[in-house]
Design a protein around this ligand. Structure first.
Ligand SMILES: CC(C)(COP(=O)(O)OP(=O)(O)OC[C@H]1O[C@@H](n2cnc3c(N)ncnc32)[C@H](O)[C@@H]1OP(=O)(O)O)[C@@H](O)C(=O)NCCC(=O)NCCS
Length: 167
């Protein structure tokens, strides 16, 4: 990946991920899964993609290539459980296909997510990134996220915990 990927003209469209659309296009989501596992993250199964989480189907978006209907990128997010007033949202996963990086797709997905959070009354966003995931750490800092903690997961991997106040 390189954010200096030559800017390519893509006829793309962004849309909310509903449970029904996830069910119908699950194969397309699974097709991008190697990007996730190559980072060292645990593979998501069909059950992970379909798992109902608070507000998940209000806060998750995808970007499709209109010409072949493939998925260019997506963000899956939900309301963080057990937080004060339930006012914190959580990005569970964001992926942009390697071929389309550096074209603002990730940023646009985060903007759609941010707007949706505010509409739901969620004023803070949190997410985690593996400490050695340079692309993601650069991306989140660019978008105004701050590291508030360093946490070791049950998978023994260390991640930065980021937070941003949304407005
Ligand atoms: C992180 C990721 C989603 C970024 O998607 P993207 O579409 O390439 O990002 P964008 O083109 O929208 O970039 C937004 C901004 O971040 C910057 N940026 C993104 N990746 C960068 C990188 N590797 N190095 C430097 N800057 C980077 C862009 O230059 C841009 O800055 P600008 O607004 O000043 O122009 C993408 O790299 C990805 O899918 N990575 C693999 C999956 C992953 O790591 N997900 C996060 C797990 S926690």
């Amino acid at each position: 990946m390189s954010p200096s990927n030559e800017s390519v003209e893509i006829d793309k469209s962004y849309e909310l991920i509903t449970r029904n659309c996830m069910l119908k296009t699950l194969d397309l989501f699974l097709a991008l899964e190697s990007i996730w596992t190559d980072l060292g993250e645990k593979e998501w199964t069909e059950d992970n993609f379909l798992l109902d989480l608070p507000l998940k189907w209000n806060l998750s978006f995808m970007c499709k290539n209109r010409s072949d209907e493939s998925i260019i990128g997506y963000i899956i997010a939900s309301q963080k459980p057990g937080t004060q007033n339930g006012a914190i949202s959580n990005v569970n996963k964001i992926i942009v296909d390697n071929a389309y990086r550096g074209n603002g797709v990730g940023k646009h997905l985060m903007e759609l997510y941010t707007q949706a959070c505010l509409e739901q009354g969620l004023k803070k966003s949190q997410l985690k990134a593996l400490v050695d995931n340079k692309d993601a750490n650069t991306f989140y800092k660019k978008l105004g996220y701050n590291i508030i903690d360093t946490v070791k997961g049950t998978d023994d991997l260390t991640r930065y915990l980021y937070e941003k106040r949304l407005r």
